[in-house]
Design a protein around this ligand. Structure first.
Ligand code: PMT
Length: 409
């Protein structure tokens, strides 16, 4: 399985098998995963932070308390790291860490990630220890507690242990651990109602030509729409991304169609209207275009210049009117005031199932920035205000809501 774009935390505890974890991290990186390592204090006795930082190409997290003397330190990493992850894998997991997790402690980064991981994300735990210790009442009780919380516990293998004795307590080889991770992530993808669905996402700005060298446009960077396309692809959807001019890389597995003007975006989108299951309009489509495009370069002879602008097609509105009862239409509303009222009006006028209201302050939300504050309004439902999130996380929340609508149908 291609793990491109998957965010995986590898939690490493203090057992002899920890020496195999740099290899595990390398295997995951080779498959395209983004890997972050949470290492316990005891883990540092068995594997070096430098090795893990080198192979994961990122910091190794240990304490939940960041240094306070470093400029630019993120003081909330202990929360955001767990939220970032698509899976938490603890290998090797010692008796001590099993007890900490079962008790709900959060005394280091690994234990905190366990608590802050988003609901539904897989936790895979690979206990590895002495055979008698593994079979002890306390360890088995803690394992049962973790299982009851949804963690997947992978039985250790039998064979020669560090003590020289034979027993059950060996961590599986890194190749086998990767297979377990793939299986867990794959079953998650298959369980999404978006799996196999055809989703069209519009993103970015449109450019409306004035003459051959100038255009009307807006500040949309495409980040929000691309994040939605990426997140939908990761849930197993077949995604077509129709994008205005932006400087972003195409998310893995997503089919991309580049367009320039609203008319081109409408034509491209129109080809997919009949066959798509869900249409998501995240593009900032110019509402108007110059009535006529001047050939060549407009001369600056006149002290004043007047244009006639004509209305552009409403791409999302067209889809909303044409859609059949099983298709879903999702839009955005970019507002400056009376946000909820205006968003509800757009939801009705365009015949949408869901609208995501955002404000154009360009500091925490809206155009260009990496974060957004969405308020999600379902047809006939209340307005659900989300906090300021990365656009990636906001996209995931939007898709969670779309999944709920699909499940309720
Ligand atoms: O691209 P980024 O820099 O990440 O910024 C993200 C964003 C601010 C562009 C995005 O979050 C957003 O709000 N997109 C919609 C912007 C917009 O045009 O809003 P609107 O309220 O004017 O339009 C309402 C809806 O109709 C939108 O879904 C829009 O895509 C759609 N529309 C609008 C006009 C038109 N002619 N055709 C459309 O399909």
């Amino acid at each position: 399985m291609d793990l491109t774009g998957k965010n995986i935390i590898i939690g490493i505890c203090g057992g002899i098998a920890a020496y195999k974890t740099p290899h595990l991290v390398r295997l995951l990186k080779k498959k395209g995963a983004n890997v972050r390592v949470a290492l316990t204090d005891a883990g540092t006795r068995f594997v070096s932070e430098l090795s893990l930082a080198t192979v994961s190409q990122g910091p190794v997290y240990r304490s939940i308390f960041p240094p306070t003397d470093t400029h630019g330190t993120d003081f909330t990493t202990h929360i955001s790291l767990g939220e970032w992850a698509d899976a938490l894998v603890i290998a090797p997991a010692t008796a001590n860490t099993l007890a900490r997790l079962a008790a709900g402690l959060c005394d280091d980064m690994l234990a905190t990630c366990f608590l802050t991981l988003r609901p539904g994300k897989p936790v895979l735990i690979f206990p590895a220890m002495d055979g008698q210790m593994y079979l002890s009442h306390s360890v088995q009780r803690n394992i049962a507690t973790l299982k009851s919380q949804g963690a997947v516990i992978i039985e250790p293998e039998s064979g020669e242990l560090a003590s020289g004795q034979c027993g059950t307590g060996r961590m599986p080889e890194p190749e086998a651990i990767v297979e377990h991770i793939e299986t867990a992530l794959l079953s998650l993808v298959h369980s999404s109602p978006l799996h196999g669905k055809s989703i069209v996402v519009t993103a970015g700005p449109t450019r409306e030509k004035i003459d051959d060298v100038r255009f009307l446009s807006n500040y949309s960077s495409g980040k929000m729409g691309f994040a939605i396309a990426k997140a939908a692809g990761m849930r197993g959807a077949r995604v077509t991304l129709i994008s205005g001019p932006v400087g972003l890389a195409t998310p893995p597995g997503v089919e991309r169609i580049d367009v320039e003007s609203a008319a081109e975006m409408r034509d491209a989108a129109g080809n997919f209207f009949p066959s798509c299951d869900i249409f998501i309009g995240a593009a900032a489509v110019a509402d108007y275009r110059p009535a006529a495009v001047i050939r060549g370069k407009l001369k600056k002879n006149d002290p004043e210049l007047q244009f006639t602008l004509v209305k552009n097609p409403d791409i999302l509105g067209d889809f909303g009117q044409q859609k059949n009862p099983v298709q879903l239409a999702v839009g955005f509303a970019l507002e400056q005031e009376n946000g909820i009222d205006n968003a509800r009006k757009k939801l009705e006028e365009k015949n949408l199932d869901l609208i995501a209201l955002n404000f154009s302050d360009r500091r925490t939300s809206g155009f260009e920035v990496d974060t957004n504050m969405l308020t999600l309004i379902k047809r006939g439902g209340p307005a659900t205000e989300l906090p300021m999130l990365s656009k990636e996380e906001a996209a995931r929340k939007l898709l969670d809501t779309i999944e709920n609508i699909c499940r309720q149908r």
